[in-house]
Design a protein around this ligand. Structure first.
Ligand code: CUA
Length: 155
């Protein structure tokens, strides 16, 4: 089979680009451990209240100005409600749902995750500015969806 020179060049470029793409993906996945969020932490959604850490929702200090905030998401709210942290606090939100799919978003920040029954969602944010930050549900979850919100107060 005769191939034109330019055709060969294009074939090589195409194959090369594909190979490069696979190499980059493999290095990311296997060498650097970059994978999509995998929801590895599972929980029985019917036993949220009895399962640690959701049996004791609340703020826990884990380091100098570093916190874990365990929150239970349910129709239609978050437990605990308004939470106060000091300015500069690094907060890891740990949440799960007791019933249906909810959202967990703090507008103006990178905090935005789905909250699925049976899964534990974790997301970390550092609050560098004081203020009252809204946490809201951005997944339609029923008749009270629009009132499902709480706040983080940064002082
Ligand atoms: Cu919960 Cu919408």
């Amino acid at each position: 089979m005769h191939l034109h020179r330019y055709e060969k060049i294009w074939l090589m470029l195409g194959t090369g680009a594909l190979a490069l793409f696979i190499v980059i993906l493999s290095v990311n996945a296997f060498a650097m451990g970059m994978t999509p969020p995998s929801h590895m932490e599972m929980i029985d959604p019917k036993k949220v209240d009895q399962t640690a850490p959701f049996d004791k929702p609340g703020l826990k200090k884990i380091g100098p100005n570093e916190y874990e905030l365990v929150m239970v998401s349910f129709a239609f709210g978050y437990q605990p409600g308004n939470v106060e942290v000091p300015k500069g606090a690094k907060v890891t939100f740990i949440t799960t749902s007791k019933d249906v799919v909810h959202g967990f978003q703090i507008p103006g920040t990178n905090v935005n995750t789905m909250v699925l029954p049976g899964h534990v969602s974790k997301i970390t944010h550092t609050f560098d500015e004081p203020g009252k930050f809204l946490i809201l549900c951005n997944e339609y979850c029923g008749a009270g969806h629009q009132i499902m919100a709480t706040h983080v107060i940064v002082k």
